[in-house]
Design a protein around this ligand. Structure first.
Ligand SMILES: Nc1ncnc2c1ncn2[C@@H]1O[C@H](COP(=O)(O)OP(=O)(O)O)[C@@H](O)[C@H]1O
Ligand SMILES: [Mg+2]
Length: 294
């Protein structure tokens, strides 16, 4: 199971990603689906909720839990789980990068203590200055899976955050790297466009990037796409998915502090535009041109 960041309590099985969560995240998925919001194009497919039931094992303190059958929303509690499509399923070996978006990392329900703690984290990291920070990443370099924990992103500065992101692409030859960067920028521009239309408020949500980190598989997927002679397939992710040759993916995830709102989320939009600048600078080898909050 590969996770770039987060609490690590989720489970992946049979194409499903099951995560314990709060009612805010479940409400967000339910509302976006009900509204048929364009944002759902970039969210993992939402398959429903499950109630987590504790099994009474003899070791009373064990954290043995099992998943019960789906329940209706009326019984939602802190122990509910959300069932999403497993975005890693399409990849033999996924490389995963989680970038947290926005400078305000808590919602209005947070306690004063939490607000202060989160403000401190924001101010001390690129969350405050650039409205995004690396939350974590996991990739295979030289045959070993390497996990970059939260400090890797917390310690990044305005000057070096793009070069830290570029480490994510280290296993790739320049040809694959260029292609995956180009697809990523396309996704980010699509996200920017959608966030300019959809009235929501997001705090601590992430954009999740995944690419095929198994080099043999990547080569064969790439060859398959090229052999179809279908140029449009190269940049059409739905076609790639349909042909089971997904090279990369990008989605927006983690809505435990996100909700519908009266206005669009300008705080997160700055972050998305700055992530685009970082990716463009990696692609062109030039300095990123950020919108910076001093
Ligand atoms: N639908 C998904 N499919 C596959 N992996 C996922 C999915 N959603 C999240 N992840 C992985 O789990 C990590 C944590 O997910 P997230 O929703 O941010 O949970 P948390 O609330 O613990 O922060 C992400 O960094 C990513 O690697
Ligand atoms: Mg998260």
């Amino acid at each position: 199971m590969v996770q770039a960041a987060g609490h690590g309590c989720a489970e992946q099985a049979n194409g499903l990603f099951i995560k314990p969560t709060n009612s805010t995240e479940i409400n967000f998925y339910t509302s976006m689906s009900a509204l048929d919001s364009p944002l759902t194009d970039l969210m993992p497919n939402f398959l429903g909720t499950l109630a987590e039931t504790k099994t009474n094992s003899n070791e009373s303190n064990s954290t043995n839990t099992s998943l019960s059958t789906p329940v209706l929303d009326s019984s939602l509690s802190e122990q509910s789980c959300i069932v999403l499509e497993d975005l890693c399923e399409a990849f033999e070996d996924p490389a995963v990068l989680d970038i947290k978006i926005g400078s305000v990392l808590y919602d209005s329900h947070a306690s004063e203590g939490k607000k202060q703690r989160m403000d401190k984290v924001s101010q001390a990291t690129t969350s405050g200055s650039l409205h995004f920070r690396i939350a974590g990443m996991s990739l295979i370099i030289g045959g070993n899976r390497i996990h970059y924990g939260k400090d890797f992103g917390r310690e990044a500065t305005i000057e070096n955050v793009a070069s830290r992101i570029s480490e994510f692409f280290k296993p790739l030859t320049s040809e694959y790297k260029e292609y995956i960067l180009e697809l990523s920028i396309g996704y980010l521009q699509q996200l920017e466009k959608i966030l300019n239309e959809v009235k929501i408020e997001m705090h601590s949500s992430s954009v999740l990037f995944i690419y095929e980190n198994n080099m043999e598989k990547l080569k064969s997927k790439f060859e398959h796409i090229n052999s179809t002679g279908n140029e449009s397939m190269k940049y059409d992710m739905n076609l790639q998915l349909k042909n089971k040759v997904q090279i990369m993916d990008m989605r927006i995830i983690d809505f435990a502090h996100s909700q519908c709102a009266e206005t669009i989320d300008n705080d997160c939009l700055v972050g998305v535009r700055n992530v685009i600048s970082a990716f463009e600078s990696i692609s062109s080898g030039t300095r990123p041109r950020y919108e910076i909050n001093k």
